[in-house]
Write a protein that binds this ligand. Sequence first.
Ligand code: GLN
Length: 192
Amino acid sequence: MKIGVLALQGDFAEHIAMLKRIGTETAEVRLPEHLQGLDGLIIPGGESTTIGKLAVAYDLIEPLKQFGQRRAIWGTCAGAIFLSKDISRDQPLLGLMDIKVERNAFGRQVDSFEADLDVPELKQATKTKEDYHAVFIRAPIIESVQGEAKVLASVPDGRIVAAQQGHLLATSFHPELTNDTRFHEYFLSLVD
Ligand code: GLN
């Protein structure tokens, strides 16, 4: 199994390190041809406007959309924004996931926070009982999920922070910045 990480901007190196830790072959994706032979793709956190503009500049929008029709994609934070259909403002999006997202919904950089999340699917898939300690950095929230998309996790006040639509995964937080490999393992379970 080989997993690509979109390496236009953001913390792609941390995702690659995490994938290597769990014994997965990785590749950095910067051009459409880098998608060839990959079984799945992670879109990292960073700045979604920058990732979107660079994806347009490198002719990656259509190839990424096509990749997501068949293969697993996981977007973390800015990556989740980029995967979504609707963010109520104009910036390049892949529009693959039927979710509505609000950028910077928890406030400014200083309002970044950490929280323990109960994620039943994650516990079941990894046969563990511990809550997931999530790191939020100027994070978006998933305002609503539609169609085939379902909620995976919410913060205690009910705001949605993780969603899944078949082989597509979106998290507002950053599993690549922790020592907990369960979300990366969970993503690999969505790859066929
Ligand atoms: N605030 C960023 C955005 O709107 C996302 C932040 C992140 O990826 N940590 O794109």
